[in-house]
Design a protein around this ligand. Structure first.
Ligand code: TA6
Length: 276
């Protein structure tokens, strides 16, 4: 690994033997870039996002913990994406390369530690392996009492052209939309001709089809998929996104939204794999 900067943020960059490369900011353990061996960038990062630690980054893979959105009593989407993690390990073999970042109670800003007074340890490992990126996220309860948590890997894919993008693998799955309607998806492929903000009660394998690429997405340990694109109206209201940039990304997120408690001494692991 090499230390680098992304904007004003210290970041680690690592490269697999085949040339695939990824960059992770210590701020948020935020994956900011994933290039496959052909040199193509697979993640979207907004042209308008601050990259100085003043605010969560719009793009890449924000780590959502210990709550999803406003589904909990604390900070929207949690403190993990606005905390500074530590590089704990890195390595690889003749086919892969990885970095591992960690965050625990002692790393938190005082206001976050006060608002969420639990003893915990997070480990996030990103592995490049051929044309795949794997993320393994572990939460440990290192305290003496249970704590509730939610988690998501809020992945922003660079899809090039939203109107040429579909997601398959969600037919017959139940979802809740942004108006809190619960429905079953009765068509095979999700198209993006309007805003979508959906929580699917599904962990099935998905295919994200763009004009140029098919991404295969799978998850383990999490309990849902979240699919989000703001559409033009919500995008215009986001100061950290250019008005037309909603046409370049979709978010698909393995998630565990419910604040299910984790027992003292216990650990939970979620895995996400994106293959091309
Ligand atoms: O994952 C979807 C979502 O929870 C949406 O409701 C949407 O607002 C998005 O995340 C972005 O949230 P953020 O706090 O990053 O603006």
């Amino acid at each position: 690994v090499t230390m680098t900067q992304f904007g004003a943020l210290p970041a680690v960059q690592f490269t697999a033997p085949d040339g695939a490369q990824a960059t992770v900011a210590l701020f948020g353990a935020h994956l900011l870039s994933w290039k496959t061996a052909d040199g193509v960038e697979r993640l979207f990062v907004s042209s308008q996002t601050p990259l100085d630690g003043s605010k969560a980054i719009r793009g890449g893979v924000p780590v959502i913990f210990p709550q999803f959105n406003v589904r909990g009593p604390g900070l929207r989407h949690g403190f993990a994406r606005v905390s500074t993690w530590r590089l704990a390990d890195s390595g690889g073999d003749n086919g892969s390369a990885f970095v591992e970042l960690v965050l625990d109670q002692s790393d938190l800003a005082p206001e976050h530690a006060q608002a969420w007074p639990h003893q915990f340890a997070l480990t996030l490992r990103f592995t490049l392996h051929g044309n795949a990126l794997e993320a393994g996220f572990t939460v440990r309860n290192t305290g003496a009492a249970p704590f509730p948590f939610g988690v998501a890997l809020h992945t922003y894919y660079d899809v090039g052209q939203l109107n040429a993008t579909t997601i398959s693998g969600l037919q017959h799955q139940q979802y809740t939309d942004h108006e809190l309607n619960t429905r079953i998806q009765d068509y095979p492929a999700l198209h993006f001709n309007e805003k979508h903000d959906r929580l699917y009660q599904s962990t099935s394998t998905l295919m994200l089809n763009t004009a140029s690429t098919t991404f295969n997405l799978s998850q383990q340990g999490f309990t849902e998929w979240v699919v989000w694109n703001p559409g033009p109206v919500d995008a215009a209201a986001l100061v950290d996104l250019a008005d037309d940039e909603y046409q370049r990304f979709v978010c698909i997120e393995p998630a565990r939204v419910d604040q299910q408690p984790l027992a003292a001494g216990a650990q939970w692991t979620g895995r996400h794999r994106i293959g091309i």
